[in-house]
Each structure stands twice: as structure tokens, then as C-alpha cells.
Design a protein around this ligand. Structure first.
Ligand code: AP5
Ligand code: ZN
Length: 215
């Protein structure tokens, strides 16, 4: 099964993708994670994308499609792929369709995680991530354990993201509504759009996603 998780910054795409990986043996492909890795590796591409990401704007279609193409041609996902944060433009959606069909694969669902804007701001300002395994925490709703160790890997280093500030979040939200939200209609007409209430607790959102995928 191949699925897309759609939703604004802070909706819970990464959080839910990690749960699907555990439960369904799927592979998570997060273009945000790939780009963050590229910027820390100090490559030419990493330098180009760092400024764009910190401003909260979208990186070019060419770069992100290239990253996804590379991962898909590597293969190895027996349970299928979860696309997290990709596609984000109509051009990326078309490219994904082409790449999957070249591999003889299809897309099974595009799941929209709906959360109101005010909650996104508070979620993002309270987020931190395990520096070792990428587990996502939240000061309010999913705090780092009192012993300071990541529940998944035992790591003790936690990071805040460079683009998790009010100004860049404004730009990220604008980019979502202008460039990404047209994908809701795109997948709706293909009969692939599923909607879940991302305002519920993390476990409840997971249950809604599971139900939407099994429907
Ligand atoms: P990316 O890394 O994709 O970031 P994003 O879309 O802004 O999404 P986030 O990672 O911020 O949020 P999320 O939905 O994963 O939420 P999370 O689970 O962490 O992209 C970053 C940048 O890279 C872009 O701005 C762009 O520059 C570039 N980029 C990436 N992909 C691109 C593409 N395809 N094309 C062009 N450019 C691209 O949860 C957030 C917080 O809320 C956490 O603290 C979590 O614990 C908490 N939380 C989660 N669920 C719940 C819940 N149900 N209730 C309460 N709290 C919750
Ligand atoms: Zn960890």
C-alpha cells in the first residue's frame, strides 16, 4: 500500500507516519527529513536549500522530485511507502504518479490530517525531536520522559528545528494554503482523498487513519 499524508505544518504527519511504519511495515519518505539531512551534510544542494527552508518557503520541485526518485529506485519497501510532506505542488503530484507507474505501483490513498491554524502555532512552538532517532515530542502533549531519555532509542539529545519560529511558520502556512491545498481537489477527483480529524489525541488520530486505510 502506498499513501500520502497531507496537512499543514504541525498537523502531525511525521508523528503518524512513524506509527504506520511500526504497525504496517511501511517505509516513511519525508522530504523534510531528507532536506534537513542534506543541509547538515554540507553538500552544495544542502547550502542551497538551507536558506529556503529557514524562510519557510518551498524548495524547488526539481530538487525534491530528484530526492524521491532516488529513494523509489532504491526500492526495498515490502509494505509500501508513506509519503510525508511530499507532494506539495501539483507538479510534484504529477511526478509522483509517473514515478509510481514506472515502478508498476499505484497510490492507494491521500490522507488529509485537518487541524485549525491556532493549534498549529502552539504545537510547533512546543515541538522537539530526538537527535538520534527522530522521535517527535511536544512540551505540552508528549513530553520528553523525566529521565531525559528518548522512549524509542534511549537517546538523550533533543533538538528544536530552525524553521519552528513564528515568522517562518507564517510563510509555511501560506505556502501550504497557496501551493499544497490544491492537491486536496486533485486527489479528491481521483477518489483517493481521505480526511481525518487531526485535533484529536495522537492515538485517536492513528485509529482514524487506520480506519480510513482499511475502508
Ligand atoms: P517538513 O519537514 O515537511 O515540515 P512541515 O510540513 O512544515 O511539517 P512539520 O514537520 O512541521 O509537521 P508535521 O505535520 O510532521 O507534525 P509533527 O508530527 O512534527 O518541511 C520543512 C521544510 O522543508 C518546508 O518548509 C520546505 O522548505 C521544505 N520541504 C519539505 N518537503 C518539501 C517538498 N515536497 N517540496 C518543497 N519543499 C519541501 O507534529 C507537530 C507537533 O505536534 C509535535 O510536537 C507533535 O508531538 C505534536 N502533535 C502531533 N499530533 C498531535 C495531536 N494529535 N495532538 C497534539 N499534539 C500533536
Ligand atoms: Zn530517539
Amino acid at each position: 500500500m502506498n499513501i500520502i499524508l497531507l496537512g499543514p505544518p504541525g498537523a502531525g504527519k511525521g508523528t503518524q507516519a512513524r506509527r504506520l511504519v511500526e504497525g504496517r511495515d511501511m517505509v516513511q519518505l519525508s522530504t523534510g527529513d531528507m532536506l534537513r539531512e542534506a543541509r547538515t551534510s554540507g553538500t552544495e544542494m544542502g547550502k542551497i536549500v538551507a536558506d529556503v527552508m529557514d524562510r519557510g518557503e518551498l524548495v524547488t520541485d526539481e530538487i525534491v522530485i530528484g530526492l524521491i526518485r532516488e529513494k523509489l529506485t532504491e526500492g526495498g519497501a515490502t509494505g509500501g511507502y508513506i509519503f510525508d510532506g511530499f507532494p506539495r505542488t501539483l507538479a510534484q503530484a504529477d511526478a509522483l504518479g509517473t514515478l509510481l507507474s514506472e515502478l508498476g505501483e499505484t497510490l492507494d490513498a491521500a490522507v488529509e490530517i485537518r487541524v485549525q491554524d491556532e493549534d498549529l502555532v502552539s504545537r510547533i512552538s512546543a515541538r522537539s525531536t530526538c537527535g538520534n532517532c527522530g522521535e517527535v515530542y511536544n512540551d505540552e502533549t508528549k513530553p520528553i520522559p523525566a529521565d531525559g531519555k528518548c522512549t524509542t532509542c534511549g537517546g538523550t539529545e533533543f533538538k528544536r528545528r530552525e524553521d519552528d519560529n513564528a515568522e517562518s511558520l507564517k510563510t509555511r502556512l501560506l505556502a501550504y494554503y497557496k501551493q499544497t491545498s490544491p492537491l486536496l481537489g486533485y486527489y479528491h477527483v481521483k477518489g483517493l482523498l481521505r480526511r481525518v480529524d487531526g485535533m484529536k489525541e495522537i492515538d485517536e488520530v492513528s485509529a482514524e487513519i487506520e480506519a480510513a486505510l482499511d475502508a
